[in-house]
Write a protein that binds this ligand. Structure first.
Ligand code: DNO
Length: 345
């Protein structure tokens, strides 16, 4: 297991130096942020991240994310160009030493919450999802600014994009996924890179858009489409765990050899399709962090792990879910669990 930490680049208030001070931290998870989705990343930008990380004693072996252009998800004419660009990004990243690429296949929106700073009784705040609130939102009409929001969408652009998805149901999205994955996996095999798909967050359709990476059946289907081990998983506990029907420990046992990257996040289920993010410790939320790490360990996990979303504690202000303090506590807790599991053998 390699402990990692997400770093949003030079503008991230959480510096590489701070990250390097967390015990047992092997590297950062980052991305090139100044290139429009679908374009090829310059080798210069990629190497810069690598050098900045190395200057702080950190590796850069995981990218989160190389985003997938909407035309690929839509299966729009001309999407081959974006698939080719994606392959080129894989080659360039591999050349710089990247071993694992996290991505998602969610139409239009990435992760979604109804509240970015819901107050907790102890004075901290954290991200929350309330289904009624989300159902009452109309992304095209309201002045929303949510975390998974691409701020570059204009209202008109968003309306037109949502319109294009009218013809894309789950089957069609799977078809488009298959085209994409079957084109990129041979490049991954050649370059020694693992693809790690992030589950849909939350794992159900929103705003009438289809979502397909939601649980065990999704992973079985992915395997049928392309059985390569490179066609792997970012196991995000908080995303998958938002649906209590997902038995996370069973899933880790079943799909362990495909899990290249593990996002450890805890949530408390507060109602039907409602949850609030919590500290990472098992008893803070509804997810059994110890049980999941034990299953991961017993399956022979050698991939990357990172503490996912933290609360805002100790008065910290910052990027929702991505402050320093609570994620650092999370890393320390996960390291402790792992060491105890390993030595308890
Ligand atoms: C949220 C993250 C996601 C994730 C992407 C992967 O905190 O886990 O935004 O990076 O879905 O492509």
């Amino acid at each position: 297991m390699k402990m990692t930490f997400r770093w949003y680049g030079e503008n991230d208030p959480v510096t590489l130096e701070y990250i390097s001070q967390i015990p047992h931290m092997s590297g950062v998870v980052s991305a090139v942020y100044d290139v429009p989705v679908g374009e090829v990343w310059s080798e210069e930008s990629i190497n810069r991240i690598k050098e900045q990380a190395a200057a702080n004693g950190l590796e850069f072996e995981v990218v989160e994310s190389v985003p997938v252009h909407e035309d690929i998800k839509l299966g729009a004419p001309g999407c081959e160009k974006y698939i080719e660009n994606y392959c080129e990004n894989i080659r360039r990243l591999a050349k710089a030493g990247v071993k694992c690429i996290c991505y998602n296949f969610m139409p239009v929106f990435d992760w979604l919450r109804s509240d970015l700073a819901k107050q907790n009784a102890d004075g901290s705040n954290s991200l929350a999802f309330d289904n009624d609130t989300v159902l009452s939102l109309d992304p095209v009409k309201s002045e929303l600014s949510l975390p998974g929001w691409d701020e570059s969408y204009t209202k008109e652009g968003l309306r037109a994009l949502m319109e294009q998805y009218k013809d894309v149901d789950e089957d069609k999205l799977w078809e488009n996924f298959a085209r994409f994955i079957n084109a990129i996996i041979p490049v991954c095999e050649e370059c020694d890179v693992d693809m790690a798909i992030h589950p849909d967050d939350p794992p159900w359709g929103i705003f009438g858009l289809p979502r397909i990476i939601t649980g065990a059946d999704s992973y079985r289907k992915m395997h049928e489409i392309n059985p390569s081990r490179r066609n792997g998983i970012t196991f995000c506990t908080g995303s998958l765990g938002a649906n209590p029907q997902n038995d996370l420990i069973d899933m880790i046992k079943e799909f362990g050899d495909k899990i290249h990257f593990f996002h450890a996040r805890n949530i408390k289920i507060t109602g039907q399709r409602c949850f609030q993010e919590t500290g990472h410790y098992t008893d803070c939320g509804s997810l059994n962090m110890y049980g999941m790490l034990k299953a991961l360990h017993d399956g022979g996990f050698t991939g990357y792990i990172r503490p996912d979303h933290g609360r805002m504690i100790w008065g910290e202000q910052g990027r929702a879910g991505y402050g320093l303090y609570d994620r650092a506590l999370g890393a320390a807790y996960l390291n402790g669990l792992w060491e105890a599991i390993e030595k308890g053998e």
